[in-house]
Ligand binder design. Structure first.
Ligand SMILES: NC(=O)c1ccc[n+]([C@@H]2O[C@H](COP(=O)([O-])OP(=O)(O)OC[C@H]3O[C@@H](n4cnc5c(N)ncnc54)[C@H](O)[C@@H]3O)[C@@H](O)[C@H]2O)c1
Length: 444
């Protein structure tokens, strides 16, 4: 057994290794390309034939302009260090297998681990003795040493820590920075034993130029879910203070700036909602277990943030009422479809929730985004004849909009600012009825 681990360690440290990557999506693909360019042979496996076909022919199937990624896929597939296949049997030759499949949550807020379960079974079916399996997917605490271990053991007939080794090394990725995030951000390296955590560290040294901290499996799972829950909770706090400011007649920007003069305080920006692949989901992976919520504070924060698009709809309704209009029959121009400024990533975008809300009350919604395909028509065309303009994303391009030019194109002059991009005085001087998250109009 000792020889098995020592042999694996020697191969990992000697660079002569084959790395399998299961799931070639937003996470798995840049990871696979990074290991391939780090001197390892990489076998990528995915059940999506279209995705595999694209990678195998040297092109990037991701719908994002990721710096360096397309080039890396082209060169590593051309020189044979990265191969992609739908056949999990190709994992048979891997020394290490990384699993990066999706782990969504359902409407009940519980993790849907069906993809992870299926992927673990495929890994187990192809496992060779002495292999290190590392879960990169974000998972509820206890999943790697529980479900993943059980599925691999039952599919392989092998035993963890005797025949194979199990790790959890969650990713910290942001759209637009995938490759640089993989290479430069610190990582927690969980292992099914201390010696395995050290193997995980040795493996990731091939690509990561930052701290690699060896821990146990559940600590690694907690770090990832807690860091995203922490962020969500802090945004929810800012949003809650913003709502209180509106109620009592204050400006949250001013309050926030002064709060942050107090030592050790760092109040975040409030806004129109939280989106993306991870932040709206990962807190639930930590807080929700079947039959109960074990993290009431985390769950409350989720609800505050999920409620922000509805609040923006409330502001829009209030602005229209100042002009004797209702949402029913109104044309609302929504500025920003992406979930994050200056990207085209619209996964779980708060704008989708706002549009649903507005349409449910009979408004016509026109969407605009300078970065998102299908929504890139000239801004003036979108605001022409509109009864309200609602800013949902602080794209750089929106920061230079002149309120007076908006006013000229609109039928009813209502501007709702979900990200505090506009100066209230300038907007009002241009003749706009201005409303914003965390700001109280003088007429209120
Ligand atoms: N997207 C992010 O920004 C991000 C950041 C950090 C962590 N994560 C986490 O990483 C994990 C993966 O996220 P993603 O955004 O890459 O998901 P994704 O949906 O982009 O990719 C998942 C891939 O796995 C494939 N897949 C599913 N089941 C499979 C199976 N049984 N065998 C082989 N392939 C299979 C899918 O076809 C898909 O290509 C999730 O747990 C996510 O929470 C994501």
């Amino acid at each position: 057994m000792k020889d098995l681990r020592a042999g694996l360690r020697a191969r990992i440290e000697g660079s002569d290794i084959t790395v399998g990557v299961v799931g070639l999506g937003f996470v798995g693909l840049p990871v696979a390309a990074s290991f391939a360019s780090g001197g390892c042979r990489v076998v990528g496996v995915d059940i999506d034939e279209r995705r595999v076909g694209a990678i195998a022919s040297g092109s990037n199937p991701l719908d994002e302009d990721e710096p360096g990624l397309s080039e890396l896929i082209r060169t590593t597939t051309a020189n044979g260090t990265l191969v992609a296949t739908t056949d999990a049997a190709a994992l048979r030759n891997a020394d290490a297998i990384l699993v990066a499949v999706e782990t969504p949550v359902g409407d009940d807020h519980l993790a849907d681990l069906s993809a992870l379960r299926a992927a673990s079974r495929s890994v187990g079916g192809a496992l060779r003795r002495g292999t290190l399996v590392v879960v990169e997917s974000t998972v509820p605490p206890g999943t790697t040493g529980g479900l993943v271990r059980q599925e691999i053991e039952s599919a392989s007939g092998m035993v963890c820590e005797r025949d194979f080794y199990l790790g959890h090394c969650p990713e910290r990725l942001m759209p637009g920075k995938l490759l640089s995030n993989v290479r430069t951000l610190p990582r927690v390296c969980g292992g099914s034993s201390a010696a395995t955590a050290d193997l995980v560290v040795a493996l990731y040294r091939h690509v990561v130029r930052a701290d690699l901290d060896p821990v146990d499996l559940v600590t690694a799972e907690l770090v990832k879910t807690a860091e995203n829950a922490y962020y969500d909770l802090n945004i929810a706090f800012a949003n809650e203070v913003a709502l209180i400011c509106e109620e009592v007649g204050a400006d949250v920007s001013r309050v926030r700036a002064l709060v942050n003069k107090s030592p050790g305080r760092n109040m975040l920006l409030p806004g129109a909602g939280v989106g993306g692949a991870c932040i709206p989901k990962d807190p639930w992976l930590l807080a929700a277990v079947p039959g109960r919520v074990r993290g009431p504070l985390i769950a409350a924060a989720r609800r505050v943030n999920d409620g922000m698009p509805r609040h923006v709809a409330d502001l829009t309704r209030a602005g229209l009422a100042r002009h004797g209009r209702r949402l029913e029959g109104a044309i609302v121009a929504v500025l920003g479809v992406a979930y994050r400024e200056d990207t085209k990533d619209d996964r779980n975008s708060p704008t989708a929730a706002l549009a649903r809300e507005l349409r449910s009350e009979g408004a016509t919604v026109r969407l605009h985004d300078p970065h998102v395909p299908d929504h890139q028509s000239p801004l003036a065309d979108v605001t022409e004849g509109a009864d309200a303009a609602v800013l949902m994303v602080a794209h750089s391009a929106y920061r230079s909009i002149e309120p007076a030019s908006l006013r000229r194109t609109m039928r009813t002059p209502v501007l709702v600012d979900g990200r505090r991009v506009f100066d209230p005085a300038t907007a009002e001087a241009a003749g706009l009825t201005y409303l914003a998250v965390g700001w109280t109009p003088r007429w209120n």
